[in-house]
Design a protein. Sequence first.
Length: 233
Amino acid sequence: MTTKPLVLGVLGGMGPAATLAYLARVQALTPAERDQDHIRVIADINPQAPDRNVPGSGAGEVLAEMAGALAGAGAQVLAMPCNTAHAHAGLIQRASGLPLIDMIGLGAAAAAGTGARRAGVLGTKGAIRLYREYLAARAMGLVVLPAEAQEAFMATIYKIKAGDTGEEVRAEMRAHAEALRAEGAEVLVAGCTEVPLVMGPRDTRLELVDPGELLARKSVAVCLGWEAKPAIS
């Protein structure tokens, strides 16, 4: 490496298992022959951050405080492996003065890159609102679960957060994906970082876009100088 890698700051803990999966990907995707070739990562894995799915929970203020602390500790660019929390991206960047790699943008761009016209998103209501905007900007339609099925999906997500990644939960996630396909989805976006913990490309008849994996790849590329650091939006 000819230049010193940027220091990556990670706002994590939402949930912890998804954050650890992201960090493992960053490590695995970094070409290294020795410890010193890896990216320095400063991570705040904070499961006590308020629930991003509860309006008025104060999650934004907590995330802004975390981001400011990461900047103070030496982080130079931020990543956050939680789709729903990207609703607070502006506040996070203003509080820290650092750019945040946009996971929603990465996921929407990848969905558009498949040539599909309608993307099904498995995510929280907050994440779906974000993807609706990003997909519309790419002239793509959004396919979501009906209200009752969306509630069932959230129940599955909370089982995963509680540590259940067994076959019953995996079958539930496959069923949610199939429901989106039946509704007309042509590509599937894992719009919640818990989804890939129990479902991979072989578990759905749709092409699966994993924004968490895309975020890890982008994080490595930016920190190693392969791609430009994003601007603060």
